[in-house]
Design a protein around this ligand. Structure first.
Ligand code: GN1
Ligand code: MG
Length: 365
């Protein structure tokens, strides 16, 4: 077993380590919390998944650029840079990661104390605050001109995903395709409309900006008064369309069920939550979003949810190599639950789109 304490000892911590314990249940990285003696600061230790993020050193450079940029702005606004931005802790030899003898990459950041993170956006007020949080994050980095390294090629690029899809179906590595004709038809029947959207990103009709790409509500820390403090989990910061952030947030926030709900009756899109998030988001971003971005905002929820159906289904067909799974057909359960959500979004699309357009008109008047 990995000696977590000796890994942690490689970093410039401000106090002596007391213990290192597992934290949370991320699908991708392994996460631990470091507590220190005499109530010193706590830290987050992570083994980053090098099979997904590649190369890790470039990912850490991206994160550091974004954090430094946000910190500068927080300081200028008279805020607290240790609470309103993430702080990456370097190793004793000044690196942003530690590479162990098994070639695994470890990183440390400061744990921000006295915060609240929610697992679900249960009320419109919370969704509104989340929308403000993501919108504010995007506006803070909107003027960060240094390019980020693309450490997740093709991440939300549906053309690239379809290439993976075609190759996977041709290979059918574990023989699961045969029983999936219905699920496969869900993907095939929507291919064209998804590609039509992505073409607008490819030809820059929809601009590329810095986006977060993992906008679940538990990636926002709130302070004890309920105000947004800081957006965390920056592994996926990329240069892409910011619509992906809005879409992924809506996939997560509006779901009345679980991402892997076995009971599909639980799953649907809550329109009130959609509207509340959209209000918060637009209030922070209206000053820089282009008309085309606004035009496709509601559609981005369908785009990202569709992409997630595709990604879970692909992982199932592939024999479950990407997402951590808890049962033999976990990825299939996830696929079906996300598809139910997609259908609910499709059924409510005119209300979603109509709301965005009318709220933008209101904000601009
Ligand atoms: C992964 O590990 P987590 O929950 O932060 C995934 C997201 C998916 C999400 C589905 C790098 O994020 O894209 O939407 O699972 N992250 C990556 O729950 O693939
Ligand atoms: Mg994440």
């Amino acid at each position: 077993m990995t000696d977590l304490k000796s890994i942690a000892l490689n970093f410039r911590l401000d106090a002596e380590i007391k213990e290192v314990k597992p934290l949370g249940e991320g699908f991708i990285n392994d996460t631990y919390i470091i507590t220190t003696k005499n109530s010193g600061p706590r830290y987050i230790l992570q083994r980053k998944n090098k099979n997904i993020f590649s190369p890790i050193p470039a990912m850490m450079e991206n994160i550091q650029k974004v954090c430094a940029h946000i910190k500068k702005k927080v300081i200028n606004a008279g805020g607290d840079p240790l609470r309103e931005a993430m702080t990456i802790i370097a190793t004793k030899d000044e690196k942003l990661y530690f590479l162990d003898d098994k070639d695994e990459y470890w990183t440390v950041c400061l744990y921000i104390e006295d915060t609240i993170a929610y697992e679900a956006a249960e009320t419109p007020d919370l969704a509104y605050a989340g929308g403000k949080g993501i919108g504010k994050f995007q506006s803070l980095v909107a003027d960060l001109k240094e390019p980020l390294v693309n450490i997740l090629p093709g991440f939300h690029d549906i053309r690239y995903r379809f290439k993976q899809w075609d190759e996977l179906l041709a290979k059918d590595p574990v023989g699961r395709k045969e029983k999936l004709s219905e699920e496969i038809s869900w993907i095939e029947s929507r291919k064209e409309e998804m590609l039509d959207f992505w073409k607008l990103v490819e030809d820059e009709t929809i601009p590329t900006r810095i986006s977060h790409n993992d906008t679940k509500i538990n990636n926002i820390l709130f302070d004890k008064k309920g105000e947004v403090l800081c957006v965390i989990d920056l592994d996926t910061v990329l240069s892409s369309t910011v619509l992906n952030d809005f879409g992924d947030a809506m996939r997560f926030y509006t779901n009345t069920g679980l991402e892997d709900d076995k009971n599909l009756e639980n799953v649907s899109m809550n329109l009130d939550i959609f509207k509340a998030f959209a209000r918060g988001y637009l209030e922070e971003t209206i000053s820089f979003l282009s008309p085309k971005e606004i035009e496709y905002l509601a559609f981005s929820a369908r785009y990202i949810t569709y992409e997630q159906v595709l990604r879970f289904l692909m992982d199932y067909i592939d024999g479950d190599n990407y997402y951590k799974t808890k049962s033999a057909n976990h990825n299939l359960v996830r696929t079906r639950a996300q598809y139910k959500l997609l259908q609910s979004m499709e059924n409510q699309f005119s209300e979603m789109d109509g709301f965005i357009k009318s709220y933008v008109t209101e904000l601009k008047s």
